[in-house]
Ligand binder design. Sequence first.
Ligand code: ZN
Ligand code: FE
Length: 265
Amino acid sequence: MNVERIPVLSDNYIFLLHDSNPDSEQEARSMPFAAVVDPAEADPVLQRLEQLGAELVAIFNTHHHGDHVGGNPQLLQQFPNALVYGGVEDRGRIPGQKVFLQEGDTVQFGTRRGNVIFVPGHTRAHIAYYFPPEMGHLGELFCGDTLFAGGCGRLFEGTPQQMVESLSKLRALPDATRVWCAHEYTLKNLQFALTVDSTNPDLQERWQQVKAKRDRHQPTIPSTIGIEKLTNPFLRWDMPELQASVNHSDPVRAFARLRGMKDQF
Ligand code: ZN
Ligand code: FE
């Protein structure tokens, strides 16, 4: 499974999944096939599918916001058989949704099977798709607006308690898991992180790397769970240094305080 980034709008990424391995079983099909995660827009996806000569078979939505589902209707016009996946709680909010997923469900793409993780907080229905590592392939996490590189999503429909539980599930994934989040917010996120975790050497080093990449207009996505655990303040609510800088030792209250500070940043 190859993952390609398609940058759209001001800072969104659409992820296109396809399998270019000619030995894989879908070779027997008449046309290579592809899936897309959170298509904010249709045109750039359709262009890339045409280049690949690929048929769109699935749209994996993480949540109902327009910058994640905006391209659904036009993609379905072109590929009426594409299955639209989303969280069961998003019923009625995701255009064209056909599959209603909850924690523990699985989705199939080619030879890869993905696990659905329920991660409410940014919205009450938000899900993430996790494809565990297999046969020399890395684990892949598509987490929408829940976990960002160096940050996390705003709480629009959920509580700090829910978000801490959701992020705990993602934090428990293997360190090597690649994190494909839906926005290029990393630089701003790390700028904030440095204000609350200034003595963290891993964070300082990451800041330098991310700054250099953005100066060259390069993407900072994917990240990994391992990097996030070391540098993302929103996964570090139980670290004493961080609790000290937000003046709370209770994880949920520390997280809530941190999220509130970031909202003002
Ligand atoms: Zn969103
Ligand atoms: Fe978004």
